[in-house]
Design a protein around this ligand. Structure first.
Ligand code: HEM
Length: 435
C-alpha cells in the first residue's frame, strides 16, 4: 500500500536530540496545531457548558446534557490534545517519524464533524446524529491509531514511554469500539447489544487506560525536561503493570458483574496512580529550577487532584459514600475530579510549556544569531495565566463541593471561574501564535 505522504528518512539519534520537544524529525507545525486548536476551543466550550447546564451535574450520569458535556471535554479537548501531542512527541521521544502527515491532517476533517455531531446528538437526544457522529469520530480515531502504529513499527527506538503509549492506544481503541457499539445501539434499538455496565467499562478504558496512563508515561520525560531535574523512571514499569492490571480488573469485573474483581482492579489502579504520584512529586522536589511557572504549577496541582480522584474511585467501588450524598453525585464528582482536575490540568499545564516553545521554534529558531529574537516567556502574558490557574483551582473545588451537595447554582458559578481560566489558556494560544 502506498502511504499518502511520508516524513523524511530517519536521521541519526544525535541529530534528533536538538530541541527538546521539536527536532528535524518533527512533523509540519500545522499537523499538531489543528488538534491543539480543537483541544483549546473544546475545553473552553466544556467549561462554558457548566455555566449553561450546571444543575444537570447534580442529577444522573445518563442526563443527555451530562453526556454531551462529557464528550466535548473528553473527545474534543482530551483526545484532541492527545492526538496533537502524539503527532508532535512520537518523533522526538521514540525517534519515529510520522508515517503519513497527510492522513493525520485529513483525519482532522473527519474527526471535527464527528465530535460536533456526537455532542449535539447527545445534548439534543438525537440518536441518528449520535450514530453518525460516533461513526465519523471512530473512523478518525482508527486512522490516527493506524498512522501511529505504522510509525512505531517502522521506526521506533523503544523505551518505557513507548510501552505506556502502546497500552494507552490499545485502551483508546477498546474504549472507542465499545462507545461506538453503544452509540449505534441508541441509533438502532432493534439491534442493540446489551453489555452490563458498559458506561463504567467505556469511561475507565478511555479516561484511565488511555488518558491517565499516557500522562503517567509521558511525564517521566516531560517533568525532567520542563522542571530541569534528573529522570527517575525506575518504577515506571511497575506503574504501568499496576495500571494495566487495574483497568483490566475494572473492565472485566464490571462486564461480568464480579464485584470483587472490580474492587481489586480499583485498588490496583489507585496503587498505579499513587506510585506515579510519588515519582512525579520526587521529580518536582529535586528540580534545579526552583521557581515554578504557572504551566508547571498547573501540572503540579494536578497530582493532588489525581490523589483525590483515586480515593473517590476506591470509595465508589466499595460503596463507601458519605451519608446525604447520592451514588450518582459521587460518581459524577469523581469523574470531574479525574477528567478536569487530573487529565485537564496536566494537559493545560504541559500545553503552556509546549505551545509557546513550538510557536517560538517555528518562527524564530532560524533567526537566532542573525537578529534580535524574543524569549519564549515573552510570547505571552504569564500574569494572565496565573489568574487563570487560581480561577481553575477555585472553580474545580467549588464545582465538586456543589455537585456533592446537589447545589446546581454553585456548579454554574464554578463554571464561570473555569470558563475564565479556559479563556486565559485560549488567550495564551492566540498571543503566542501572533507574536
Ligand atoms: C468515538 C468515540 C466515543 C464514543 C462513540 C463514545 C460513546 C459513548 C456513549 C454512547 C456513552 C453513554 C454510555 C452508554 O450508553 O453505555 C458514553 C459515556 C461516556 N464516555 Fe464516551 N464515547 C467516545 C469517546 C470517549 C472518550 C475518548 C472518553 C474519555 C476520554 C469518553 C468518556 C466517557 C464517559 C466518562 C462517559 C460517561 C458519561 C456520564 O457519566 O454521563 N468517551 N460514551
Amino acid at each position: 500500500m502506498t502511504p499518502l505522504s511520508r516524513s523524511g528518512p530517519a536521521k541519526p539519534a544525535s541529530l534528533a536530540r536538538s530541541g527538546g520537544i521539536a527536532t528535524e524529525r518533527s512533523p509540519e507545525f500545522s499537523l499538531p496545531l489543528r488538534y491543539f486548536g480543537l483541544g483549546v476551543v473544546a475545553y473552553l466550550l466544556a467549561m462554558l457548558g457548566l455555566v449553561v447546564a450546571g444543575p444537570a451535574l447534580t442529577g444522573s450520569p445518563w442526563n443527555p446534557h451530562v453526556l454531551g458535556l462529557t464528550h466535548v471535554m473528553t473527545l474534543g479537548a482530551i483526545v484532541g490534545m492527545i492526538m496533537g501531542a502524539a503527532y508532535q512527541m512520537v518523533p522526538v521521544v521514540l525517534l519515529a517519524p510520522i508515517w503519513s502527515q497527510r492522513l493525520g491532517k485529513a483525519g482532522f476533517w473527519v474527526f471535527l464533524p464527528g465530535v460536533i455531531a456526537m455532542v449535539i446528538g447527545f445534548w439534543a437526544s438525537q440518536p441518528a446524529l449520535l450514530g453518525i457522529g460516533a461513526s465519523l469520530a471512530g473512523a478518525a480515531i482508527a486512522a490516527f491509531l493506524v498512522n501511529l502504529g505504522v510509525s512505531l513499527v517502522r521506526g521506533a527506538q523503544w523505551n518505557v514511554v513507548g510501552a505506556f503509549l502502546v497500552a494507552s492506544m490499545l485502551s483508546l481503541g477498546a474504549a472507542v469500539t465499545l462507545g461506538m457499539i453503544r452509540a449505534l445501539s441508541y441509533a438502532n434499538p432493534a439491534g442493540a447489544w446489551q453489555i452490563p455496565n458498559a458506561l463504567t467499562i467505556h469511561a475507565h478504558l478511555a479516561a484511565f487506560g488511555c488518558a491517565a496512563l499516557l500522562i503517567f508515561g509521558v511525564s517521566y520525560r516531560l517533568i525532567p525536561m520542563f522542571a530541569v531535574t534528573a529522570e527517575n523512571d525506575r518504577r515506571a514499569g511497575a506503574v504501568l503493570a499496576l495500571g494495566v492490571a487495574g483497568v483490566l480488573g475494572i473492565a472485566c469485573g464490571s462486564g461480568h458483574e464480579w464485584g470483587g474483581v472490580v474492587r481489586g482492579g480499583a485498588i490496583l489502579a489507585a496503587a498505579s496512580a499513587g506510585l506515579w504520584a510519588w515519582d512525579a512529586l520526587a521529580m518536582f522536589r529535586s528540580r534545579t529550577r526552583r521557581k515554578l511557572d504557572a504551566g508547571l504549577t498547573y501540572a503540579y496541582s494536578a497530582i493532588g487532584w489525581l490523589i483525590l480522584a483515586a480515593g473517590m474511585g476506591v470509595a465508589l467501588a466499595w460503596g463507601w459514600i458519605p451519608p446525604g450524598v447520592t451514588p450518582d453525585r459521587w460518581a459524577i464528582a469523581y469523574a470531574v475530579a479525574g477528567m478536569v482536575g487530573f487529565i485537564g490540568f496536566t494537559t493545560i499545564g504541559q500545553f503552556h510549556k509546549i505551545m509557546p516553545f513550538l510557536a517560538w521554534y517555528h518562527r524564530y529558531s532560524s533567526l537566532v544569531g542573525k537578529t534580535k529574537v524574543p524569549l519564549i516567556k515573552d510570547l505571552y502574558n504569564e500574569k494572565v495565566t496565573w489568574s487563570g490557574f487560581w480561577a481553575a483551582q477555585l472553580g474545580l473545588a467549588l464545582s465538586l463541593a456543589s455537585i456533592l451537595a446537589g447545589w446546581g447554582l454553585g456548579v454554574q458559578v464554578a463554571g464561570v471561574l473555569l470558563t475564565a481560566s479556559a479563556l486565559a489558556t485560549a488567550g495564551m494560544t492566540i498571543q503566542t501564535l501572533k507574536r
